[in-house]
Design a protein around this ligand. Structure first.
Ligand code: IPM
Ligand code: MG
Length: 363
């Protein structure tokens, strides 16, 4: 029987994107070598696409993305394009891609690794054993709501956005959160601002309704300001944090610091058939081109790609364990270096992780 061919589209993007993507490609090579049939294609997004096509993503790229099994993305954005009008900014490429692929569910796992406990700015006893997933709604809310804009008015310029959620949008993301919780510690914390916002009042009501279908899962609600505090005070209380687009964006950067560095955090965005995988960190223009960025975020995102899109949980685990072993052996990029760490550059860390992966995956 002919082996199934998996197609992955790589979108390195801007800043450190291409450097970390090169390391992910090494891992893909190691996995292909072990006998999984993978075809990769590379295309432009963000500032890189603006430079070539005058827009942050082209229709051709979106079509390509729709035809593949999964997309792996580096990062978008940079100072060079900051002054462009809203529609032409690099970030729009990513937002349009998420919307076009209908990727409404963004999963951002936050898990501490033992060897990194003292890298976190929080006390070890607080971060030791943290293991939760932020389930962020990704294709609605204030990111996409209308009306939006900047307008001249008699009282001066006015900038405005709208937080909108339809019942069905809340329902589908709530189902994802409850189903994920069922496979874990069976606890969902839904985060909103229902003491102030109508969109949050509806959010809470719909989440409570959906919860009735999952009686084995415990549900509680937190206001987002309190949640921001609880993440620092006692992050171990969380199993699944379910929240809207903008709260999820903010809380995931905050949560990243629990693990020590935002460079460590992966994410998976799921919707219909094609999944999008990207590290939580941005394009880090300040360190771009210096071969010092942490490739773990994208490599762990690749692990999620194997788990959720290609249905190879064993490969995902091998990649995750490889990252853990390299870190435990005290080989680190600068952002996660401890006292006696050997500081390696981006490509050296990538080589170490690839070697570990290759060792475990024999053809
Ligand atoms: C993220 C990023 C994006 C977001 C930007 C780059 C559009 O911050 O994925 O968290 O706000 O969603
Ligand atoms: Mg963000």
């Amino acid at each position: 029987m002919k082996k199934r061919l998996y197609r992955i589209l790589l979108l390195p993007g801007d800043g450190i994107g291409p450097e970390i993507m090169a390391e992910a490609v090494k891992i893909i090579d190691a996995v292909s070598h072990a006998g999984i049939n993978i075809e990769i294609d590379t295309d432009l997004i963000g500032g890189a696409a603006i430079e070539k096509y005058g827009m942050p993503i082209t229709e051709t790229t979106i079509k390509k993305a729709k035809r593949c099994d999964a997309v792996l993305l580096g990062a978008v954005g940079g100072r060079k394009w900051d002054s462009l009008s809203y529609n032409l900014r690099p970030e729009q490429g990513l937002l349009l891609l998420r919307k076009s692929l209908k990727l409404f569910a963004n999963l951002r796992p936050v898990k501490t690794l033992r060897p990194l406990l003292n890298i976190s700015p929080l006390k070890s006893e607080i971060v030791n054993g943290v293991d939760f997933i932020i389930v962020r709604e990704l294709t609605s809310g204030i990111y996409f709501g209308k009306p939006r804009g900047i307008k001249s008015t008699p009282r001066g310029e006015k900038g405005y956005n709208t937080e909108v959620y339809y019942q069905h949008e809340i329902e589908r993301i709530a189902h994802i959160a409850f189903q994920l919780a069922q496979k874990r510690r069976k606890k969902v914390t839904s985060v909103d601002k229902a003491n102030v916002l109508e969109s949050s009042i509806l959010w809470r009501k719909v989440v409570n309704e959906v919860h009735k279908e999952y009686p084995d899962v415990e549900l509680n609600h937190l206001y987002v300001d309190n949640c921001a505090m609880q993440i620092i005070k006692d992050p171990k209380q969380f199993d699944i944090i379910l929240t809207n687009n903008i709260f999820g964006d903010i809380l995931s950067d905050e949560s990243a610091m629990i693990t020590g560095s935002i460079g460590m955090l992966p994410s998976a965005s799921l919707g219909r058939s094609v999944g999008l995988y990207e590290p939580v960190h941005g394009s880090a223009p300040d360190i771009a081109g210096r071969n010092i960025a942490n490739p773990c975020g994208i490599i762990l995102s690749l692990a999620l790609l194997f788990r959720y899109s290609l249905n190879y949980p064993q490969v995902a685990q091998v990649i995750e364990e490889a990252v853990e072993r390299v870190i435990a052996a005290n080989y680190r990029t600068k952002d996660i270096a401890g006292k006696n760490s050997r500081i390696l550059n981006t490509s050296e860390i990538g080589d170490c992780i690839k070697e570990e992966v290759a060792k475990k995956l024999t053809p």
